[in-house]
Design a protein around this ligand. Structure first.
Ligand code: PEP
Length: 251
């Protein structure tokens, strides 16, 4: 029904040379894996060589951000046209670090979602609550707002093309993972929200990844949950062998 996708998010890590070395190692390890989508999110500076390094393999490359205009006077920004031209297939959007440090709003993220779709790439839309939201019992409300904002104005056909990454902010880079039960409960609520927006058929086709300290030693239990369709992995995506161990847990 829906595809399991294991995606890495390198964040602001790896020089071009380091990126190519890791991808060269990874593509050998994952040869023949066809039941799981494999994606690596790399910094802009490494994208061109990253795409070349994985050419002809089952590893796809993601950008970690985009500006939602095709071209123009936006100094320092990178457009979806430029990413598409390089052969980038996915774009990570609305990561909690961008929401927090760069003050990205749901409206702005929604513009990016639309721009990425318009250029035939796949958005990986990150959502997730902060610790204070969870402690105040606002988890579902926060995720609902981010889902409604990110998917605003889309048709069901467009919605089906989006990958959602549920990443509880309190679990990112902290070593604290949501228990499989907590993660499943939240994923189910997210799918319920998508069902209300687009109907069951569309909601059942949307891949919802879990992200937040997913590691080789906890991936299997998380990925075994009914509504968890993969992972978005930060720290453990930097080493090819760690990342491959997570992919194996999804097979
Ligand atoms: C992330 O930043 O998307 C992430 C999940 O990071 P980590 O796996 O390091 O918690």
């Amino acid at each position: 029904m829906r595809k399991t996708i294991i995606a890495g998010n390198w964040k602001m890590n790896k020089t071009n040379k380091e990126a190519v070395e890791m991808l060269t190692e990874l593509k050998e390890l994952v040869k023949g894996v066809d039941s799981v989508g494999i994606v690596i999110g790399a910094p802009f500076t490494a994208l061109s060589d990253a795409v070349k390094a994985v050419e002809g393999s089952n590893v796809k490359i993601a950008a970690e951000n985009v500006y939602p205009k095709d071209s123009g006077a936006y100094t320092g920004e990178v457009s979806p046209v430029m990413l598409k031209d390089l052969g980038v297939e996915y774009v990570i959007l609305g990561h909690s670090e961008r929401r927090e440090y760069f003050k990205e709003s749901d409206e702005f993220i929604n513009e990016k979602v639309k721009a990425v779709l318009a250029h035939g790439m796949t958005p990986i839309l990150c959502i997730g609550e902060k610790l204070e939201d969870r402690e105040a019992g606002r988890t579902d409300e926060v995720n609902k707002t981010q889902i409604r904002g990110g998917f605003a104005g889309l048709t069901g056909e467009e919605a089906k093309k989006i990958v959602v990454a549920y990443e509880p902010v309190w679990a990112i880079g902290t070593g604290k993972t949501a228990t499989p039960e907590i993660a499943q409960e939240t994923h189910k609520a997210i799918r319920q929200e998508l069902t209300e927006m687009f109907g069951e058929e569309v909601a059942n086709e949307i891949t919802i990844q879990y992200g937040g300290s997913m590691k080789p030693n906890n991936a299997k239990e998380l990925l075994a949950q009914a509504d968890i369709d993969g992972g978005l992995i930060g720290g453990a995506s930097l080493k090819a062998t760690d990342f491959y161990d997570i992919i194996k847990a999804a097979l």
